[in-house]
Design a protein around this ligand. Structure first.
Ligand code: NAD
Length: 472
């Protein structure tokens, strides 16, 4: 099993040096070879496989997370994304010919897929491995050299990756820069082929503003409040199960976690009953009063996050129906908690919760919910639980969100072949998984090669234009 070295931030001088070395690495042309890209993808998959146990332990150390969540949501998900890229990169990277048009077909039109150069990936703390590996799979498949800036909030995982990466990958091609605001600011001063940032909207704006200096293209994977619409005629038991799981995984620190529930007021009690049943099944320890130590839940990332979420909870005027007891600042623990009779004006509706607290808002009807969603930032994901196709269509077509999900919760970013990403306040540019991740880091280079004989047909374009008559 691998051991971790102490976590040290990269010096500002070294950051410039790393950038220069990766630029030189790109210039060697080695990453243009598809075979080389495949080798790197495979090496990264081996890194994860060989270090699976150490990664699992590091994730538990950083996030206080039950190991199974890390295996499912990060280690396994990362290996499958790397392998998907490995299996498909030949196809993705192949030049594409457009469908034939009479006007241009003899000019041999073709789109080449060019790497953008040295690219930067800035990751957040909540899935500190997957949110590195998922964009990295696309960046490597596309033939770039890459700087990764892991989340400083997860020192164990950052230190482990920093130690292991050079054993698997030539440092001329992929490097890690560790640090916080000063180091990221230094990175953002440099020119990049592309920047992919995952994190809060506040920092997203800083990243986008810094990128403008060099006209660097940016992908912003941000957050927001993801609503859940409940049709009272749907399978409420199943809805409760999927929502409780999706919300409380990783202590609610998931960008697509259900943030609040909208349920017609006459159905609130019935739905709460189902939620209570599921809650007692999933979290028997915290369902008891007084609660026993929690076993199946992660912790808040740090004391500041604990204080913020606990503050929102304490200020709420909703009624707690599940959990609520046993929050512990020293252990950064907040029990999974559900509240009913919450209003749109409540503290819990003032910002993205990003913690294990789930408010239920009883509404006159689902139209009230649609109006609320439309009056706020477009959510990253919007959920509806219904077996009624007309209702699903109505909710989807009268709102806009990064993704639109029926009868499921947080797995949408991991569904192969879909372009996951935000819109408006939740960000821009879809990646995860597969080809979309490749495309983010690829320049589509349009090309033609016109034979000389074409002038027999198109000689009319040359001046002088006098006495020429173009009839359409
Ligand atoms: P974070 O605090 O880990 O920050 C993210 C990154 O930004 C870190 O690498 C950090 O070093 C850097 N950073 C912080 N302040 C900076 C500054 N002033 N200048 C430059 N860089 C800076 O994570 P976070 O921002 O708290 O992440 C949580 C947010 O991310 C939530 O809103 C969540 O919804 C969102 N998120 C979105 C996705 C997605 O795919 N759309 C995925 C995960 C998380």
């Amino acid at each position: 099993m691998a051991t971790t070295t102490p976590f040290a931030y990269t010096s500002l001088e070294e950051i410039e040096q790393i950038h220069a070395e990766l630029k030189a690495g790109f210039k060697t042309g080695q990453t243009k070879s598809i075979a080389f890209r495949k080798y790197q993808l495979l090496q990264l998959a081996y890194l994860l496989q060989d270090n699976a146990k150490a990664l699992e332990e590091a994730l538990t150390k950083d996030l206080g997370r039950p190991p199974l969540e890390s295996v499912m949501m990060e280690i396994g998900a990362s290996i499958s994304e790397l392998m998907e890229a490995y299996k498909n990169v030949d196809k993705w990277a192949a030049p594409e010919k457009p469908s034939r048009t009479l006007n241009f077909m003899f000019m041999n039109p073709v789109t080449y897929k060019e790497p953008k150069g040295v690219v930067l990936i800035i990751s957040p703390f909540n899935y500190p491995l997957w949110l590195i590996m998922s964009p990295l799979a696309g960046a490597i498949a596309a033939g770039n050299t890459v700087v990764i800036k892991p989340a400083e909030g997860c020192p164990a995982i950052a230190a482990l990756l920093t130690e292991q990466l050079p054993k698997y990958i030539d440092p001329s091609f992929i490097r890690i820069v560790n640090g916080s605001v000063a180091e990221t600011t230094k990175l953002l001063d440099l020119p990049w082929g592309h920047i992919l940032y995952t994190g809060s909207g506040r920092v997203g704006k800083i990243v986008a503003a810094a990128a403008v200096k060099h006209l660097t293209p940016v992908t912003l994977e941000l957050g927001g409040k993801c609503p859940v619409f409940i049709d009272p005629a749907s399978d409420l038991k199943l809805a409760a199960k999927r929502i409780v799981w999706g919300k409380f995984t990783n202590a609610g620190q998931t960008c697509v976690a259900p943030d609040y529930i909208l349920v017609p007021k006459e159905a609130q009690e019935k739905f709460v009953k189902e939620l209570k049943t599921v809650y007692a099944e999933f979290y028997p320890e915290t369902a008891e009063s007084p609660p026993r130590p929690a076993q199946n839940t992660s912790k808040m990332i740090n004391q500041a996050a604990w204080k913020r979420v606990n503050g929102l909870l304490q200020a709420s005027k909703g009624t707690i129906v599940c959990g609520g007891e046993g929050a512990d600042e020293d252990k950064k623990f907040i029990p999974p908690t559900i509240l009913q009779d919450v209003t749109f004006e409540d503290s819990l509706m003032s910002e993205e919760i990003f913690g294990p607290v789930l408010p239920i808002i009883p509404v006159e009807n689902l139209d009230t919910g649609i109006a609320y969603v439309n009056a706020n930032d477009h959510p990253l994901a919007l959920y509806v639980f219904t077996q009624n196709d007309a209702l699903k269509k109505k909710i989807f077509s009268s709102t806009l969100s990064g993704s639109a999900v029926a009868n499921e919760t947080i797995i949408i970013p991991g569904v192969s072949g879909l372009p996951f990403g935000g819109v408006g306040g939740s960000g821009y540019g879809g990646y995860h998984t597969g080809k979309y991740g490749f495309e983010i880091f690829t320049h589509l280079r349009a090309s033609i090669d016109t034979p000389s004989w074409i002038d027999k047909l198109l000689g009319v374009r040359y001046p002088p234009y006098t006495d020429k008559n173009l009839d359409f």
